[in-house]
Design a protein around this ligand. Structure first.
Ligand code: DGL
Length: 259
């Protein structure tokens, strides 16, 4: 049994990182469509086409479940994929409900890509869970570009985030929701700018729990050898890319410890 984790780029590694902790013996495939990243600045029609192509590749290569480790791909393509495919498809959406369940009186800031913040899927979620209109949406496309360029330095990231967060009175907010898997690499910078009482939330642990439930329901997920095969836009990762992945995983170890 192989589960594939798919993202436009390296953001999906943060979901794989969590899956490795919760499901150490499973066999995984990781696919980053780096040639086409960032998805968040493309048209939905383009994103749909890229996702279809990647997912077909993953199924041809033995994936028996697909995790869209990407809020943008989920927003655009998840419904159509579930209709078209017979394997389980687990999507991700910004953890706004979790934020409102934790605190239903103060405001919540959901940061995501422009495609996600403009998308119908997030607006439908808001209608369902944000009855009191407590949620504000913020697009942070540049963080995806910084991550793809391996630029996590505070000199680059802090001025961008400071400008983006300036219009918000953060003392009125209970949480910032990381609604893009690439944003997990920047928890240190977010933490440096947010008030101490403001939570940083992401959907990775919940997504992996949902994957485990789906695999149990379908009778799959009975353990493997704990392997992961890595692909970049349909090509197996080379030695340099594998060492980049292990550097990124080390960064994610550090980011995971930041609340
Ligand atoms: N990592 C993705 C997400 O969760 C998309 C980033 C992008 O390609 O713009 O939304």
């Amino acid at each position: 049994m192989k589960t594939a984790f798919f993202d436009s780029g390296i953001g999906g590694l943060s979901v794989l990182h969590e899956a490795r902790r919760q499901m150490p013996e499973e066999d995984f495939i990781f696919y980053a469509d780096c040639i086409h990243a960032p998805y968040g600045e493309k048209t939905p029609a383009d994103v749909q086409r890229y996702v279809d192509r990647a997912v077909d590749f993953l199924i041809e290569n033995g994936a028996q479940a697909i995790v869209l480790a990407c809020n943008t791909a989920t927003s655009v393509a998840c419904t159509a994929l579930r209709r078209r495919l017979s394997v389980p498809v687990i999507g991700m959406e910004p953890a706004a409900k979790m934020a409102l369940d934790l605190d239903g009186t103060r405001r919540v800031l959901v940061a995501a890509t422009p495609v996600t913040t403009r998308g119908e899927k997030l607006h439908e979620l808001m209608v369902r869970v944000d009855r009191q209109h407590l949620v504000d949406l913020l697009a942070l496309p540049q963080l995806v570009r910084f991550a793809e360029a391996d630029d996590f330095s505070r000199e680059t990231v802090l001025p961008y985030l400071r400008r983006a967060l300036a219009p918000f009175d953060l003392s009125a907010y209970s949480s910032l929701v990381l609604g893009c898997t690439h944003f997990n690499y920047f928890k240190d910078s977010f933490r440096a700018l947010l008030p101490a009482g403001m939570r940083l939330l992401d959907g990775n642990a919940g997504t992996v729990r949902q994957l485990k439930r789906r695999l149990q329901e379908t009778g799959a997920g009975d353990g493997g050898t704990g392997s992961t095969a890595y692909y970049f836009s349909g090509r197996p990762a080379g030695a340099d890319e594998l060492s980049r992945i292990s550097r990124l995983m080390e960064r994610l170890d550090r980011m995971r410890a930041i609340e």
